[in-house]
Design a binder for this molecule. Sequence first.
Ligand code: UT7
Length: 359
Amino acid sequence: MNAQPTSSLDRAPQVNVSSYIRGTGMSVPDRVIPNSYFESYLETNDQWIRERTGIIERRWAEPTMSMSDLALPACERAIASAGLTAADIDGIVVATVTPDYVFPSTACVLQKKLGIRGSLAFDVNAVCSGFVYALVTAEGLVRSGAATNMLVVGADMFSRLIDPNDRTTAILFGDGAGAMVLSAAGESNTAPTGGPRVPVIGSPRTTRGIYGSQLHADGSHGDLLCVPGGTAAPVTPESLRDNKHYLTMNGREIFKLAVRGLAEVSDSLLKRHGMEVGDVDHYISHQANARILTAVAKQLGLPVEKLALNVEKYGNTSAARVPLLLAECVSTGRVQQGDLVLISAFGAGLTWGAVLVRM
Ligand code: UT7
């Protein structure tokens, strides 16, 4: 006699997996900027920052450090934790809006610094959702057979973009990098033959890998969070003089749209896979503001103990937020192999998305 299904995971359809997270790593600059730093020259205070954002401190890189300098240790740690060497990496995608140069891409710079050649390498720009976009892109490349071990990096240095005299934004952002190795799963972990890989079909209770994803964008709200400096808004001596080259944000609007976007995309992705929020072991979401995350958890009915948080230590590190949090949770043992993790992010563009993965 068949056992009665006991949870939505028993009723959920089988999963179709082409890649799995094989290793993670993170790096942050040494320099700690506590809330008291801003009290010294802005009309703000530690209590306001903690209560309205959850942030206690953030890290800012020294001016001599480049994005790739900061990201390299995260990449090396991810590769080592995957049990691989740099020579095994055959694809690099870096999510960043603070690259070393306009071009070449930071992915190409990192490829050189890692001492490898020939692998595909490129950057993606989806701001705070960048890592989720990069991960979904990498998953597609592995699934297609174009790569076997993708290095997926989220890295940003927003200390270079903020107006230090704008109390509404200067307090929010930090610098950081996170990386992961995404490898071909199971039987499909063979050399590409020129065609798509054969995916692993398995139980959603036990099969490791990326189960699915959803990405969204709404360019009509691009003005809510932006940094001028491109061909449409070049930096000129006048714009520099008037401090018009810095990041600007309508925080209140972004806050509302972030709560809605994160909750909707998370719920929709779970439903698409026949799962419920109770099946998720950890919710690893973009960390811009602790209040955004508690509001999202409430809307989803997610118990707060499943909500991973480290915004208090690093602030909003943009594309680095998700991989930095995931790598920290793996290194502390909070996230274990076999756990079901729901990843989500929201950022400028506007862009948002989610990925469902069993570690
Ligand atoms: O990565 C994705 C992008 N970013 C985000 O998701 C950020 C989303 N937004 C937020 O996190 C919040 O909107 C903020 C933290 C930016 C602001 O918090 P809020 O609770 O939405 O504050 P508010 O903008 O409604 O401002 C309330 C008051 C204002 O004063 P008045 O007009 O009421 O007199 C602000 O001028 O707080 C004032 N304020 C501050 N006061 C002390 C704004 N920043 C500060 C500050 N210190 N640093």
